[in-house]
Design a binder for this molecule. Structure first.
Ligand SMILES: Nc1nc2c(c(=O)[nH]1)N[C@H]1C(S)=C(S)[C@@H](COP(=O)(O)O)O[C@H]1N2
Ligand SMILES: [Mo]
Length: 213
């Protein structure tokens, strides 16, 4: 059983030294089967939740020592960083160099203090959407709980006020209108994962659908 506190501390230590692994090979930034776009398409279930800075809250719950309920002011008071990453949608567009601004997921998970048996997370959106990831994937240095990109606060269309960004996975693994992060012991497939999308969703392995392996 991993000791999450230790693991988070070591990830943060690496982060402070800089990214030793480096970014993905600069020569292959657009994965196979993807086409680079210069615009910023909108992809979602078509349900625009009535959520804004005043009524937004982020709950972190489940297998944690400290359940968190952060409102906008509490979220803004956390250390803010920028991370530039590429966004790959399974519908085959890739937008390079997205400069997401927000709070690292590491930061918020460290505050919540995952229990020893916490191994998986579900991200919930205010539109009823959900997606699943291993807890460890959220501890990567580039995983952001983002409120701004391309110089502006996120529009409602793109998941504002706050969305998750998980650069090493297809974009569906990042919930827009982020409502909560639920930690559990066993994996629980999310909205698309129960509908045939791949559980891991690595764009460089073209893990699009669960029968692709
Ligand atoms: N809450 C929520 N998050 C979501 C979705 C959604 O339907 N609801 N769609 C996902 C998909 S499939 C993609 S490709 C990206 C698209 O983000 P964008 O609309 O900002 O380009 O959001 C992801 N996050
Ligand atoms: Mo997508």
């Amino acid at each position: 059983m991993p000791d999450w506190k230790k693991l988070i501390a070591s990830k943060i230590a690496v982060a402070q030294k800089g990214n030793i692994a480096g970014k993905v090979n600069a020569n292959v930034r657009v994965p196979n089967g993807q086409t680079e776009v210069k615009n910023f398409p909108i992809l979602d279930l078509g349900i625009l939740p009535d959520i804004n800075q005043a009524n937004w809250k982020l709950c972190v719950y489940g297998l944690v020592e400290n359940e968190l309920n952060l409102d906008w002011a509490a979220f803004q008071a956390l250390p803010q960083t920028t991370d530039v990453s590429d966004l790959h949608c399974v519908t085959r567009w890739t937008r390079l160099d997205m400069d997401w601004v927000g709070v690292k997921a590491q930061e918020i998970l460290m505050m919540a203090a995952p229990l020893e048996n916490a191994k998986h997370v579900t991200l919930h959106g205010y539109d009823g959407y959900s997606t699943n990831l291993p807890l460890e994937a959220l501890l990567d240095d580039d995983v952001m709980i983002a409120h701004s990109v391309l110089g502006y606060p996120l529009t409602t269309d793109h998941g504002g006020p706050v969305r998750m960004i998980v650069p090493k996975r297809y974009a569906w693994k990042g919930a827009k209108w982020l409502k909560s992060i639920e930690l559990h012991e066993f994996d629980r497939p999310g909205f698309w994962e129960v509908r045939g999308y791949h559980n891991e969703a690595d764009p460089f392995k073209e893990e699009r659908f669960s029968d692709d392996d």
